[in-house]
Design a protein around this ligand. Structure first.
Ligand code: PAF
Length: 285
């Protein structure tokens, strides 16, 4: 595996491979890699000649300085995992390399970026659009892979790709959430859970899974209330929001008939760790 730290070297590598007719699957990450990331790598491996992974904790997408400061950084372990997973290139830039000048671009991402995470974390999605658009321009991938745990992020990235003219026909591939045996969605933040919160956090997925059956005989509002009340009933868990949205647009619905692919998205504080998860509902249209 090649470890590349300079943007120009990455561009040259990609240009040579693409002009030789080889496809590149790209997995952008912020490191602290777990089996969820490795499932993205596995899919990229299966569908492309080459796989590139970036490891970069992007400061422009953190609206909370403490969250940026405490975000886990485990470069050596990450590189070992990527090597073992058969990755061809790991791109590990510094902040100065990614942003030689401050990025002042403001993306017109529309309503998809102004609900849920967009509302709770102002500027977050603009920062994601900034870094991912830079990475796409450097890697020029054939396909890019994103985990469905960050469900809204995928919709935002599709919008950014459309705004930026498509990045040479780049395909965005979404990959199902990878879960621990007890149902907790894998996340780099899970390592920050106290043992007590680690025991309680799987309740989030249990409630979401239960809500799928509950939804068949109950309204959107009653399903929403059930999820919030059940999660908050667990000592130490506090729902920030639970919103049922139309999957492709991420816009909130108040009737099941408003979406053929409804998704429930939740953010929960487990102690002081902010976890997100989501669940797909059956179509009731
Ligand atoms: O999902 C993430 O880890 C990040 O938001 C991403 C896409 C790597 C951009 O920094």
């Amino acid at each position: 595996m090649k470890v590349i730290r300079k943007a120009e070297e990455l561009r040259q590598w990609s240009a040579a491979e693409r002009s030789a007719g080889r496809s590149i699957g790209f997995v952008p990450t912020m490191g602290a890699l777990h089996a969820g990331h490795l499932s993205l790598v596995e899919q990229a491996r299966a569908a492309n000649d080459l796989v590139a992974v970036s490891v970069f904790v992007n400061p422009t997408q953190f609206n909370n300085p403490d969250d940026l400061r405490t975000y886990p950084r485990t470069e050596q372990a990450d590189l070992e995992k990527l090597e073992a997973a058969g990755v061809d290139v790991a791109f590990v830039p510094t902040v100065e390399e990614m942003y030689p000048e401050p990025d002042t671009r403001v993306f017109d991402l529309g309503p998809v970026a102004s609900v849920m995470e967009g509302k709770m974390r102002p500027g977050h999605f603009n920062g994601v659009a900034q870094v991912v658009s830079r990475l796409f321009a450097m890697v020029n991938p054939t396909r890019a892979y994103f985990g469905e745990k960050d469900f809204q992020q995928i919709a935002v990235i599709r919008k950014m790709v459309e705004l930026e003219g498509g990045f040479n026909g780049l395909e965005i591939v979404d990959v199902p959430i990878k879960r621990e045996a007890d149902g907790l969605a894998m996340s780099s933040r899970n390592v920050r859970l106290t043992p007590e919160m680690r025991e309680k956090a799987p309740e989030i997925h249990r409630v979401l899974a239960k809500s799928v059956d509950f939804a068949t005989n109950n309204s959107v509002q009653d399903t929403t209330n059930m999820v919030i009340d059940s999660i908050n009933a667990v000592d130490g868990l506090e729902t920030e929001y639970f919103q049922i949205v139309d999957g492709p647009t991420c816009l909130p619905i108040d009737q099941w008939s408003q979406s053929a692919a409804p998704v429930g998205c939740v953010t929960v504080y487990a102690g002081d760790v902010r976890l997100i998860d989501n669940i797909k509902f059956r179509s009731q249209c």
